[in-house]
Design a protein. Structure first.
Length: 373
């Protein structure tokens, strides 16, 4: 039985909307992006949303708009996708890693104090696997040291913890609509914030620092534009927005489907010795982005091969960033620097987890996990 790691469930609503978009004039940033921004901000209860072409772009521009630049330091964790750290590098600042909690894999707020130096400007908590970090404690530490908070919410559209949702305690939150995310348009991202000036700066930087985007230049008589800042080409297109718009309405429904699958997985996994899952904290609703299991590190790579041989798609989230060649060579990180992240990174496997997966497939995957251990 071949089972993909991920299969999107874009259907007739998305096809209808993208065809409608293709029948219009503007394929680039225009009215579909405007609607997406309004609806996504409203879903999250935030004032502003800026549509971008990736979460990497959102992280980069959030840092710039919040004043991070060369010579600064930004605290984050190494148990994340490289983009969290490379976005910091793109600003000229230095990533400073702190370790994660053993039971959740999330940034350990206790370690922020010890990582702060006079150069520290910001902290990027990563809402890993779909669960929010302890934002109350991160906010308290950030307030104490006057740090900006940029949330890496690539996994966490639907998350909530202690009554707080992504973007509510941070200065900005960054989302991904990459091919395997809970909501997808192939490639895409967004930044949400309650700060008008941050939203305006990011909006301007997403199209080269130009004063008028294409749709605004070409409606009515020609209008000259100026360039006021040196920006990037990070804007979301109408095509991407048209794919995302119908999905905003289905966020709750898709989450409920994944929750059912999550329960099926939990039941099946509870009978397998030596397998654990990241803990979901009390008063926390996970966005349930990834179904990650932690196994004996001596068996992990053999298990990856076993799943591959069985035609079951699996992935690793993540081998810690500080041990990847570029970071080892550039910053002289070594094994043992962040032992909890390293431990999780050596034990982790993400299993197929998408709305169309059946109970029978979950049974098969967990049976193969047991067989391959
Ligand atoms: C935790 C995390 N942060 C950032 C990103 C970057 O997202 P994007 O591919 O949209 O740039 C990803 C993407 O997988 C991610 O998983």
């Amino acid at each position: 039985m071949k089972i993909e790691f991920y299969k999107h469930n874009l259907g007739k609503d998305e096809k209808r909307m993208v065809l409608e978009c293709l029948d219009g004039i503007f394929l680039t940033t225009g009215s579909y992006v405007d609607s997406f921004e309004r609806e996504f901000a409203s879903y999250l209860g935030e004032k502003y949303c800026v549509g971008l072409n990736s979460c990497t772009a959102a992280l980069h521009l959030a840092l710039l708009a919040l004043g991070v630049g060369p010579g600064d330091e930004v605290i984050t964790t190494p148990l994340t996708f490289i983009a969290t750290a490379t976005a910091i590098l793109h600003t000229g600042a230095k990533p400073v890693f702190i370790d994660v909690e053993q039971d959740t894999g999330l940034m350990d707020p206790k370690l922020i104090d010890g990582a702060v130096t006079p150069k520290t400007k910001a902290v990027i908590p990563v809402h890993l696997y779909g669960q929010m970090c302890d934002m109350k404690r991160i906010k308290a530490a950030a307030r104490k040291h006057h740090l900006k908070i940029i949330e890496d919410a690539a996994h966490c559209i639907e998350g909530e913890r202690d009554g707080i949702r992504p973007g509510q305690l941070g200065d900005a939150a960054c989302f991904s609509f990459y091919a395997t995310k809970n909501m997808t348009c192939g490639e895409g991202g967004a930044l949400v914030t309650n700060h008008r000036l941050v939203a305006e700066k990011v909006r301007m930087l997403r199209t080269h620092g130009m004063t008028k985007e294409a749709a605004k230049r070409y409606s009515g008589p020609y209008k000259h534009w100026d360039m006021t800042d040196c920006g990037w080409k990070y804007n979301m297109s109408n095509i991407e927005a048209s794919l995302l718009l119908p999905q905003i309405k289905k966020i709750g429904l898709n989450w409920a489907t994944r929750e059912r699958l999550y329960r099926q997985y939990q039941k099946a996994l509870s009978g397998i010795p030596g397998v654990s899952c990241p803990k979901i904290a009390q008063r926390s609703k996970s966005a349930l982005h990834l179904l990650t299991v932690w196994v004996d590190h001596r068996r992990r790579d053999a298990l990856l091969k076993h799943f591959g041989d069985q035609g079951i798609g699996v992935a690793v989230h993540y081998r810690p960033v500080h041990l990847l060649k570029y970071f080892r060579e550039t910053f002289h990180f070594k094994k043992g620097d962040f032992p909890v992240s390293e431990n999780i990174g050596s034990r982790t496997i993400s299993l197929p987890f998408w709305p169309g997966l059946t109970a029978g497939q979950v049974k098969h995957i967990t049976a193969q996990l047991k067989a391959g251990l």
